[in-house]
Ligand binder design. Structure first.
Ligand SMILES: O=C(O)CCC(=O)C(=O)O
Ligand SMILES: [Mn+2]
Length: 201
């Protein structure tokens, strides 16, 4: 396969509107991806955040941090993340993602799935600060995991395996019409890092 081969996966939003996922399965070379995985595990200031349900504080099943303009913050599931400035290695990755996708991204949520017990539940990245039609680009490193998509009304499903060094972009309308998740996996043992690049005012 050509290293930079691009796949376009059409997604139905509504009967009269379609969008797409653009996917570069081998976007980074394997040595480059290995190096970036090691740097991210070592150098991201990992946070263990908690969600609050029925008066209880429950640790979310992954580590994370939020990068961007450090005078700004982002809140989801009532977790407030004060942005950390992009270190040079992440800034280089951000620019590369912009060049490849032709879109602007000025923030990234970085997730660390330590093993198969770590996951992210069904959600859409549709907070108001992300704008009305958020476009999200996702770089995956380490253990390949299944990225699951489920249409909000038709319940149609799609699975995309995200390998080490892949880049995937969710186009306009996808957050409005689809949920996505990374399920727990009993068979998975290896760590995985994921960067979701977003754009916010
Ligand atoms: O880990 C992934 O591939 C998805 C992460 C995600 O959906 C998010 O951070 O909003
Ligand atoms: Mn998401």
């Amino acid at each position: 396969m050509d290293l930079f081969e691009q796949q376009v996966i059409p997604l139905q939003l509504s009967p009269d509107r379609q969008s797409e996922i653009t996917f570069w399965p081998s976007w980074l070379g394997s040595t480059e991806a290995d190096d970036l995985l090691a740097i991210a595990i070592d150098q991201v200031a990992w946070r263990q955040d908690n969600i609050h349900i029925a008066g209880k504080s429950i640790p979310i099943p992954r580590l994370q941090n939020w990068y961007g303009d450090p005078t700004t913050s982002y809140t989801y599931s009532r977790i407030k993340l004060q942005a950390v400035a992009f270190p040079p290695w992440m800034e280089t990755l951000r620019r590369r993602v912009e060049r490849q996708t032709g879109n602007c991204f000025n923030r990234t949520l970085v997730n660390y799935y330590r093993d198969g017990q770590d996951s992210v539940d069904w959600h859409a990245d549709d907070e108001r600060e992300l704008g009305s039609e958020p476009i999200i680009a996702s770089v995956s490193l380490g253990q390949e995991r299944a990225f699951l998509l489920r249409h909000k009304t038709t319940k149609e499903r799609l699975n995309i395996n995200l390998p080490h060094g892949s880049l995937m972009m969710m186009g306009s309308g996808i957050q409005e019409h689809w949920h996505h998740s990374i399920a727990k996996d009993k068979n998975v043992v290896g760590p995985r890092i994921n960067f979701t690049f977003r754009n916010m005012d």
